[in-house]
Design a protein around this ligand. Structure first.
Ligand code: G3I
Length: 356
């Protein structure tokens, strides 16, 4: 399927739903995704011991990212003592299977160990942030090519006076922590791709518009100061019930692209707590929503990767915040709980191959 056909398909949900090929009945599609845009997923390292899980990752993924193991709370639970074994294991799995491992994430407001939450001065914040980034990026220099350096820097409801999300870093260092994180990562590995990763740009709301504006303002400021920054991660935790603001996303991506930045889809999934229960109907709506989002991006640029936040419905963060009232399991990901490909996988395959 060529890109124009993919985009045209997205314009008509009805056409999309009826023309999608049925998902394969076999556990894994015979043809692993082989499009020009690499597909991948966030991985729970412990699950790799499950043969079905690891086989699914090997079959479908060309790029992976740790869903948890590379966050501060995992890497430096104890101040000054780094735990690299899980990441090393994941990296070895990736290298053995010719998969790229991305890094996630070096500066975030969440998943911090208690000691880091208690940082109490600018000097301490600067010292710890630099030490962590320097140590982690330095260790994986030349082996992890692409890093989500700052995750979710923009406030949930940004205003002109308060565009940034509260965090221990913002509190002590102000927005300069973003520049500090990027410069430190660049010094630790000058050939690494440095990414700012954020979410909820796609909704047709004033909040999302404000988020896009705040994000663009931030990025323009960084670029004007020649801060090393190479790409933007659009997470893409889509709301099943809410239309994608396609023109909004397309122009956002175009503006970021015009600044010389690559575009990555980093955490795609479709939150389905508000969608109807029946599986066939739900899966079609989920696939259609993802297609809308990918089309809005793909009509403007070729994203460098498409990564979903998990590979199978069996392992997803979604029920932590968005469990369904009817008690049915969530189905946000491309493979179902038995590792069967769903329509969402077909949409991703069509999309990635439309650039080939
Ligand atoms: O592993 C423990 C388990 O032993 C314990 O029984 C259980 C009880 O709550 O908690 C388990 O840990 C949870 C872990 O997810 C399991 O995967 C943590 O409490 C929970 O905080 C953690 O949440 C993760 C969250 O980030 C915070 O780090 C999610 O898995 C992960 O999907 C989510 O990922 C974020 C991205 O990094 C950034 N963008 C949004 C995305 C989704 O929220």
């Amino acid at each position: 399927m060529r890109r124009r056909e993919f985009v045209v398909g997205a314009l008509s949900t009805g056409a999309l739903v009826t023309t999608l090929p049925a998902a394969s009945a076999t556990p894994f599609a015979a043809d692993a995704l082989s499009g020009a845009v690499p597909y991948g997923a966030a991985i729970r390292i412990d699950e790799l011991a499950d043969i079905l899980y690891s086989e699914a990752v090997r079959t479908y993924c060309k790029v992976i990212v740790a869903e948890g193991a590379m966050k501060w709370s995992d890497l430096q639970a104890v101040r000054g003592s780094f735990t690299f074994e899980p990441t090393d294991t994941l990296l070895a799995f990736a290298q053995d299977n010719d998969i790229e491992l991305r890094g996630h994430t070096l500066a975030w407001y969440a998943a911090l160990p208690e000691w880091a939450e208690r940082i109490s001065s600018a000097e301490e914040a600067r010292t710890e942030l630099v030490h962590h980034i320097d140590t982690v990026v330095g260790r994986y220099k030349g082996r992890i090519r692409s890093w989500d350096v700052v995750n979710e820097a923009i406030a949930e409801d940004p205003t002109p006076d308060a565009p940034y999300r509260d965090s221990v870093w913002l509190r002590h260092l102000g927005p300069d922590y973003i520049e500090l994180a990027l410069r430190t990562a660049s010094e630790a590995d000058s050939s690494a791709q440095l990414v700012l990763n954020d979410y909820e740009f796609e909704q047709p709301t004033d909040q999302a518009r404000a988020k896009r504006k705040a994000f663009l303002d931030m990025v323009r400021g960084l670029k004007s100061r020649n801060v090393p920054l190479h790409a933007i991660g659009l997470q893409g935790h889509l709301r099943g019930e809410s239309a994608v603001d396609s023109p909004g996303i397309s122009s956002f991506v175009a503006e970021l692209s015009a600044l010389g930045l690559g575009i990555l889809v980093t955490e795609l999934d479709v939150i389905d707590d508000q969608l109807p229960g029946p599986i066939e109907e739900r899966d079609k709506l989920i696939a259609a929503r993802a297609r809308e989002f990918l089309s809005a991006i793909g009509s403007v640029v070729r994203p460098e990767i498409v990564v979903t936040w998990g590979v199978s419905d069996q392992h997803t963060w979604v029920p932590i915040w968005f469990s369904r009232q009817d008690g049915l399991p969530n189905r946000p990901l491309p493979l179902d709980e038995n590792y069967q490909p769903k329509e969402l996988m077909r949409v991703i395959q069509d999309f990635t191959q439309s650039f080939a």
